[in-house]
Design a protein around this ligand. Structure first.
Ligand code: UTP
Length: 287
């Protein structure tokens, strides 16, 4: 099997929960303190061995491409002023990493976004998909773990986490087989089940390693009632065709596509910084 070296970043969603900010800024550029969500996701991918980044963008937004462009004049200025800490912040992407931008055209769902990457993936190749708005803080790189499990047997692999009962109806939930350490074969995925009928506590989150065969499945996947092609529907089909396995996330995830998740992610990171930690504590004591 070919080494997994390509990652797809679907960044073409409308981000309606963050309007009006998302009128001109893709939600993946919203920062956790000073670093955009997409930058965290790209760093995770590169650390996991990814060499080609494929961004599926909404047609009118160039801000993500701008974010990863070099700024030679400002960089030279910081270098001449010996401000190495600022130079480091400007270097958002190593030069050897290839990046490709593909417009989604219309926001017809996550499955439709992933389908746009088809021409970039070879027949026998597996690739990663990262949803940058699922912000993860973990002791080890979550994508690297997913890739290791996928490469060990060549099967599609998704990431899941234990979800609180009252939130389970917002997730695709897996029916797992027998766990082997942190991974398991998936028997079924139920989309947004009632808490009472959920087949497990494990909800699907935004890290996937998929085979090239997913594109044939996605191109046959019917639109849902909201006129979107859902990746989960294609994954259900993939279970029947090739099998699917899941890896349990060991870490903390924040759903930064929702306002509470985004604020908590900022708080979580801020509390790890000595100075910010102090200021937040004294603010909370006073209010
Ligand atoms: P969401 O389900 O969070 O949708 O997308 P959204 O449109 O971005 O946000 P809301 O619900 O309107 O607030 C999950 C991921 O899939 C991408 C998003 O950019 C996000 O990373 N996505 C979604 C696309 O790339 N294209 C789409 O058509 C839909």
């Amino acid at each position: 099997m070919k080494k997994i070296t390509k990652a797809v970043f679907p960044v073409g969603g409308m981000g309606t929960r963050f309007l009006p900010a998302t009128k001109s800024i893709p939600k993946e550029l919203l920062p956790i303190i000073d670093k955009p969500l997409i930058q965290y996701a790209v760093e995770e991918a590169i650390e996991a061995g990814i060499e080609t980044l494929i961004f599926i963008t909404s047609a009118s937004k160039h801000a993500i491409s701008d974010h990863f462009d070099p700024m030679p004049d400002l960089r030279a200025k910081f270098v001449s002023q010996n401000k190495q800490h600022l130079v480091k912040k400007l270097d958002t992407l190593p030069l050897e990493i290839q990046r490709v931008f593909i417009p989604q055209g219309q926001p017809l769902g996550l499955g439709h976004a992933v389908l746009q990457a088809e021409a970039m993936i070879e027949d026998d190749e597996m690739f990663a998909v990262i949803l940058a708005d699922d912000f993860i803080q973990a002791e080890y790189n979550p994508l690297r773990r997913l890739i290791a499990v996928a490469e060990s047997n060549g099967r599609a692999t998704i990431s899941v986490e234990a979800v609180e009962r009252q939130r389970i109806s917002s997730y695709g939930v897996i029916a797992p087989g027998q766990w082997q350490g942190d991974h398991v074969s998936v028997n079924e995925i139920i989309e947004k089940p009632d808490a009472a009928s959920a087949p497990s506590e494990f909800g699907v989150i935004g890290r996937y390693v998929l085979p090239q065969s997913i594109f044939a499945v996605l191109s046959q996947t019917q639109m849902d009632k909201n006129h979107e092609i859902q990746l989960t529907d294609a994954l259900k089909e993939l279970i029947q065709l090739d099998g699917l396995q899941a890896v349990k996330l060991a870490g903390q995830r924040f759903d930064c596509g929702s306002q509470d998740g985004f604020v908590l992610a900022n708080l979580h990171v801020a509390m790890q910084d000595g100075d910010l930690n102090q200021k937040i504590r004294s603010y909370l004591t006073e209010h």
